[in-house]
Design a protein around this ligand. Structure first.
Ligand code: PLP
Length: 463
């Protein structure tokens, strides 16, 4: 492959265009452990390795683009959550972040439970041997068929999201002669994202039953009367990519307030409280996520304190991290195709994937970082925008980042922290084939989700 000289993009701070980026790192070859999976490093030749395998080997064997998943890191993070919360709490991995049968088995082995929110996710979980009683079924519009499958399978809990669903689930359970364990998902008027949260009197969103106006209390009243339901607790999920625990504090205060009202009105103390997921990870070096043990300590203290104040026995706590477990454990490996320096602006680097394998940048302006991984380089940094191959100018993978100025077609680049909400949100836009997920561990790689093929596309298109 030829390394033709490219006119380098803008290099100096005084000529850089506006954007949300920091100055280039001192050493572009360095891999910040905050954003990369734990077994990632460089070998003696400067090639990035993960799980003991070089990215060049992975690209050769499995092609690009590909999601590379560090199994040891995944298991370690899952275990850290499990250990942090201990035997008196439950950790449900949120399957929507990324679900495959391999992941289900790892979670099972590491002692975690699993959240699913569709028949497809339920089927995946059950087919990989997750015991039904360790599965929670979510969703704001579960179909009657999905409800019946979940009840028949014996899922550990269904999280009820509306007044209609209270009746539907009760009806299905009764007609099957079962009593379904349920939680009621409420909205507490807290919306949390990253470093801010907003507490309002009412929630303007599709999930949950509002605490405001007594609706949540009414939902509990109705559910408690139905023979088909065993109400085990209240559920609240306040947002995503959260670093600041104060939103959880307000949420826990309000949930415990409801538990107290339920005790006062019905004489029952519900035994469980679920605080949802949403814990943040580092997408770039600017993010500082908390460790699971810090989160567990903070959440447990908050709930215990609120319950003591309300004179309630502390309920069993559950949490539902998705991103915080799988997000940092994978990166997307791409090959550089074209490089377009735009004078005075930036250099557009096109890779062989794009918004079909990572929609988050286009969807909510997510920030990512990127690194040259097939070699090191000491060339001057150039400001780049990493874009995909789709027919859409918003097809951006990494909005603003620095790569070495001698970057050339054929180089491999990788975008870290793509384990969550990338493969699970992947599409076939432009009939681009969805990339495989390749897991690596101790020098061995294996495909856990294979690359889509043109035959797959044509099989669905029945002509
Ligand atoms: C999405 C979601 C989660 C997981 O969120 P993360 O940000 O991936 O931790 C947990 N619980 C519920 C109910 C969700 O909708």
């Amino acid at each position: 492959m030829s390394r033709s000289a490219h006119p380098a993009g803008p290099r100096h701070a005084d000529v850089l265009p506006e954007g949300h980026y920091s100055a280039p790192a001192d050493d572009l070859n360095a891999l910040d452990p905050k954003v990369w999976a734990r077994t990632v490093g460089r070998d003696a030749d400067g090639v990035v390795t993960v799980g003991g395998i070089t990215v060049t080997q992975l690209a050769e064997e499995y092609g690009t683009p590909a999601y590379i998943l560090d199994e040891a890191d995944f298991r370690e993070r899952a275990r850290a959550w499990r250990t942090a919360f201990g035997a008196d709490a439950d950790v449900f991995y949120a399957g929507k972040a990324f679900l495959s049968r391999a992941v289900v088995r790892w979670l099972h082995e590491e002692g975690l439970n699993l959240d699913v929110c569709s028949g497809g996710e339920l089927a995946t979980a059950l087919s990989a041997g997750m015991p039904a009683e360790r599965i929670a079924f979510h969703g704001n519009n579960k179909s009657p068929e999905e409800i019946e499958r979940a009840v028949r399978a014996g899922v550990g809990r269904i999280v009820l999201d509306s007044f209609q669903e209270i009746v539907r689930v009760a009806h299905v359970a009764e007609s099957l002669g079962q009593r379904q364990r349920v939680q009621i998902r409420i909205t507490v008027g807290v919306e949390a994202h990253t470093h801010e949260f907003i507490a309002t009197a009412h929630e303007d969103q599709k999930f949950g039953i509002p605490l405001a106006g007594g609706q949540a209390a009414e939902a509990v009243r109705r559910a408690l009367k139905l023979d088909g339901l065993e109400v085990i607790g209240i559920h609240s999920h306040i947002g995503s990519q959260i670093f600041d625990m104060s939103g959880f504090e307000v949420a826990a205060h309000r949930v415990v307030g409801l538990l107290k009202d339920i005790r006062d009105e019905h004489g029952v103390e519900l035994p469980e409280i679920d605080l949802g997921g949403g814990l943040g990870i580092a997408y770039t070096s600017d993010d500082d996520p908390r460790e699971p043990h810090e989160i567990a300590k903070a959440l447990t203290e908050i709930v215990t304190r609120e319950c003591e104040a309300a004179r309630l026995a502390t309920p069993r706590i559950s949490v539902e991290p998705g991103r915080a477990i799988v997000g940092p454990t994978a990166f997307t490996l791409y090959e550089v195709g074209t490089i377009k320096p735009l004078d005075g602006l930036r250099t557009y680097v096109s890779v062989d994937g794009g918004m079909s394998d990572n929609i988050r940048t286009a969807l909510y302006d997510a920030e990512y970082s990127v690194a040259l991984v097939s070699r090191t380089s000491n060339a001057e940094p150039m400001l780049v925008r990493v874009v995909g191959k789709h027919c859409e100018s918003g097809d951006i993978v990494v909005k603003d980042a620095f790569l070495p100025g001698d970057l050339a077609p054929g180089d491999l680049v990788a975008v870290p922290a793509t384990g969550a909400y990338c493969r699970s949100m992947a599409s076939n836009y432009n009939h681009v084939l969805r990339p495989p997920v390749v897991s690596v561990r101790d020098g061995a790689a294996r495909v856990v989700v294979r690359r889509e093929t043109e035959e797959d596309l044509l099989r669905l298109d029945v002509g």
